[in-house]
Design a binder for this molecule. Structure first.
Ligand code: NAP
Length: 375
């Protein structure tokens, strides 16, 4: 019978680090990592683990490099044949998941795409693993793997949900100071289980990551408002095919970098961020609302400008006792050629509808005559 501990905390992303140390851990090492110090690869005294990575694509290989560097034994399995890449990194590659599981890795780390995770997990020969195996994941959404694991994994397995919030691009110069989110969803209370989960987390602590312990639900709320928006903006800007110019500002350079960074991730990853985070749709709606609001703000200013021009024309007409005087309220003579030439009306490409403020706004203003009709 296994007793489980559930770490409960309400840390916000980026604030506070609920380390929850178990057995045999040096407090001094915690403060070193808290300060974001980079610790060289093999300096950790943590227990060395045998880690089986499932999904050995872009991110799986990226994880493996640091794990090998830290002295852990890494095995890998993927749908495609990555035996050469594995050999280069120093990883034992398996083309059959049964063979990998029969090696009894202490940790199984799922690095599969969000969309394929359920299928992959269901197809794994879990019965070949040790009963107390620790299963972890790196998916960029967290509530989904959490509930999948609780549903599909034997109750003896420990569960650790993680999200290294960096990738092969942003983390290529080292992981120092980069956020690593984790939730100890289910960890048995026996010392060896606590030691094992901490040894796994030490890989990231020792690399200098900013460790953020947070519930999966909280992660998804924060990630939809930050990561999904980042990817969404990158994808939208990519559609504009922005070009390098001889007069790039720093702001523009950062936009180009954003496009570059997000475009390198697979579309499947982006789609997963949207489909498997229940908060993403709300953020998409908010982005749409924000775009429309700013657009209407601009149109609103244009509207005021046009109205001012009309008023000026009207008052100067009055002063001069001009017979071609514009009557704003009735719109008489709005098509008068002399008057029209003086108005700063939008170019023909911009339809008059675009400079009309939204319904609520419109009610607040006087009616303005444009192109001879009431708007
Ligand atoms: P990805 O496109 O999200 O996932 C690629 C991986 O999924 C490959 O290992 C691929 O295996 C496997 N896969 C895809 N479809 C599959 C299927 N139908 N059956 C079996 N395996 C399948 O790209 P990624 O960047 O490598 O990301 C992997 C995971 O890391 C994702 O869950 C992502 O959310 C997470 N993550 C990524 C980053 C990042 O910066 N890229 C950062 C943090 C977390 P094969 O290559 O063998 O086909």
């Amino acid at each position: 019978c296994t007793a489980f501990t559930k770490t409960n905390n309400n840390n916000a992303l980026g604030y506070g680090y609920g380390y929850g140390y178990g057995y045999g851990y040096d407090k001094n090492k915690v403060s070193s990592t808290e300060q974001g110090d980079e610790v060289s690869g093999s300096s950790s005294n943590s227990k060395k683990l045998k880690i089986g990575i499932i999904g050995f694509g872009n991110f799986g290989q990226f994880m493996a490099k640091t794990m090998v560097k830290h002295g852990h034994t890494v095995l890998a399995y993927s749908r495609s044949d990555y035996s050469r890449a594995a050999h280069t990194i120093g990883v034992r590659y398996f083309s059959d998941p049964d063979d990998l599981c029969e090696e009894h890795p202490e940790v199984i780390l799922l690095c599969t795409s969000i969309l394929s995770t359920e299928r992959v997990l269901r197809s794994l020969p879990l019965h070949r693993l040790r009963r107390s195996t620790l299963v972890a994941d790196v998916l960029s959404v967290k509530e989904f793997p959490r509930s999948l694991f609780l549903q599909l994994l034997p109750s003896d397995f420990d569960i650790l949900c993680t999200h290294p919030m960096f990738g092969p691009d942003s983390g290529k110069a080292g992981w120092g100071g980069l956020p690593f989110v984790f939730d100890k969803v289910r960890v048995g209370s026996q010392p060896e289980r606590l030691t094992r989960v901490e040894a796994f987390l030490d890989i990231f602590r020792d690399a200098g990551c900013r460790m953020v312990e947070m519930s999966c639900a909280e992660h998804d709320r924060h990630a939809a408002g930050s990561q999904f928006i980042t990817h969404m903006m990158g994808r939208v800007l990519e559609k504009l095919a922005l070009e390098d110019t001889p007069i790039n500002t720093k702001g523009y350079e950062s936009l180009l970098n954003l496009v570059d960074n997000t475009a390198r991730d697979s579309f499947e990853l982006f789609y997963g961020l949207f489909l498997y985070n229940k908060n993403a749709m709300e953020q998409l709606d908010r982005m749409h609302w924000a775009f429309e609001t700013v657009k209407q703000q601009l149109s609103g200013y244009l509207h005021v400008l046009v109205r001012k021009q009309l008023m000026l024309e009207t008052s100067s007409g009055n002063d001069n006792n001009n017979t071609n005087n514009i009557n704003i309220s009735s719109g008489d003579n709005i098509n008068n050629k002399d008057t029209n030439n003086k108005l700063m009306l939008p170019s023909p490409g911009i339809s008059s509808a675009k400079i009309v403020p939204p319904v609520q706004e419109k009610e607040k203003h006087d009616l303005v005559m444009l192109n001879g009709s009431k708007r």
